[in-house]
Ligand binder design. Structure first.
Ligand SMILES: *[C@@H]1O[C@H](CO)[C@@H](O)[C@H](O)[C@H]1NC(C)=O
Length: 289
């Protein structure tokens, strides 16, 4: 009986709220439907999810078309300098689209937000990559090693990989440290490289979502992943990296300093002249009691 009343109240609330919601001209308030029946949990350690047919054929082809003439050799971030450098570890070529470049890109970005429950402003621009035969990306992490890369939005919290083409052979995404990967059934359609971890076969339209940080935002070493060498065919993939904070807010020099201060709260506590120090100390003392 009670449940029926609850349902009625909920329905009334929904009906009353609908006209207000639809009147708001905010892109974030637009419907971002995600079909949960197409999502499979591949792993909890690390957190990896597969969404079948996330993109339509047309959406895939459109992204490839936008990228095709603008590809450049991919780079990696040098651990020592934090600079982008070319490397044998990553041999694909790629380019970045503009955010909301056109209505199709905008709708894909909205769909990603709707699936990940993470705001669009935290997301980087979509990167489109092409891997030709023998090209690969050796096992790596998507989180950063140096602070410079984290100034704009912090760590890369989640990664969404969207497969834009069918690959005849190879090109799998593989997670060599995924818990229980050995129990994943393997067949002859997978390459040798894919037999060394939890493997996802690139299927046009499918998307994989994985988290580079644990739920408490600490980097997850189990999120190690690689792109297996393409053996036959061409692999096209679109990547969306989603940060912990806003990527759209470009830090100016002073706010970059603020961000650093936030990352190292002890440096605030050390400043004995500041008024905030007293309150920080007090609250620390209270916690200790
Ligand atoms: C969700 O996906 C399933 C499986 O592909 C499909 O049968 C169903 O019609 C979809 N639901 C909607 C509302 O699109």
């Amino acid at each position: 009986m009670q449940y029926r009343w609850l349902f009625l109240v909920f329905s009334l609330a929904a009906i009353t709220a609908t006209p207000f919601v639809s009147r708001i001209r905010n892109p974030i308030a637009e419907p971002a439907f995600f079909n949960s029946t197409r999502v499979t949990i591949l792993s909890w350690k690390p957190r990896v999810f597969l969404y079948k047919n996330f993109l339509s054929e047309e959406e895939c082809d459109h992204l490839i078309k936008l990228a095709k003439s603008k590809l450049e050799e991919s780079t990696v971030i040098d651990i020592d300098s934090g600079n982008n450098v070319k490397s044998e570890v990553r041999t694909s070529s790629g380019m970045f689209l503009d955010k909301r470049q056109d209505h199709i890109v905008a709708s894909i970005e909205r769909k990603i937000s709707g699936w990940t429950f993470l705001p669009q402003e935290n997301a980087e621009n979509i990167q489109v990559l092409q891997y030709e035969a023998t090209q690969k990306y050796e096992p790596h992490f998507d989180y950063f090693y140096d602070e410079k890369d984290q100034l704009r939005g912090g760590h890369r919290y989640a990664t969404v990989l969207m497969y834009l083409s069918h690959v005849k052979e190879g090109g799998e995404t593989v997670f060599p440290r995924a818990e229980g990967w050995k129990s994943q059934p393997k067949d002859e359609t997978l390459s040798e490289c894919a037999s060394k971890g939890l493997a996802v076969k690139p299927v046009k339209g499918d998307a994989v979502l994985f988290y580079n940080l644990k739920p408490d935002a600490v980097p997850d070493p189990l999120s190690l992943h690689a792109s297996c060498p393409v053996i036959q065919g061409k692999k096209w993939v679109a990547t969306k990296w989603i940060r912990l904070g806003s990527f759209d807010t470009i830090p100016s020099a002073p706010s970059a300093v603020e961000t650093e201060a936030e990352m190292y709260p002890e440096s605030i506590i050390k400043d004995e002249n500041s008024e905030t120090v007293a309150s920080v100390d007090e609250s620390l003392e209270e916690q200790e009691l």
